[in-house]
Design a protein around this ligand. Structure first.
Ligand code: RP5
Length: 166
């Protein structure tokens, strides 16, 4: 495993601390894969000037990937993608109304030239794994850990098959 106290490679940002119960799954899987990460609230609507500064500086701080989660009028991932040259992974956070469809559509429908790699509604775990896969393209040890991770998934799926197989 890598030293997770090292300079963060992945930033997990969100529009509100109320997004954290969903977003923490990104951090959990990154930690499991030995990747140093940081997390913060950077609201596109409540602190727009800070969001602009954050987005402009992200790539100068040693970060490689941004995971951005927001709910409702979820503008944070797209705005950060417009401000940074780093890959941005968007997590649509489901809120009380509309089952997260509003968040999903706010994040996924980016205009050409400004991509946000959007995961399924509420699936912050996949955002973490995708960030790891991006980092793994230039880190053979990490890529091997991802191979092992996938092998473990297969093992679990086989074990479940053993339960239902007759
Ligand atoms: C969005 O508004 C945040 O990303 C959050 O999902 C939602 C609600 O925020 P709070 O009112 O809980 O702070 O910008």
């Amino acid at each position: 495993m890598d030293d997770t106290t090292a300079t963060p490679k992945v930033a997990i940002v969100m529009g509100s601390d109320s997004d954290w119960p969903v977003m923490q799954a990104s951090g959990e899987v990154l930690t499991e894969l030995g990747i140093a990460w940081e997390a913060d609230v950077v609201s596109a609507h409540r602190m727009p000037t800070e969001m602009v500064a954050w987005g402009q500086q992200a790539h100068t701080r040693g970060l490689s990937v941004v995971i951005a989660g927001a709910g409702g009028a979820a503008h944070l991932p797209g705005m950060l993608a417009a401000l940074t040259p780093l890959p941005v992974i968007g997590v649509p956070v489901p809120l009380k109304y509309l089952d997260g469809m509003d968040s999903l559509l706010s994040i996924v429908q980016m205009p050409g030239g400004i991509p946000v790699a959007t995961v399924a509604i509420g699936n912050a775990k996949n955002a973490g794994i995708l960030a790891a896969r991006i980092l793994g393209t230039s880190d053979p040890d990490l890529q091997q850990r991802l191979v092992d991770y996938q092998a473990a998934l297969a093992e679990t799926a086989h074990a479940k098959g053993d339960v239902v197989r007759r």
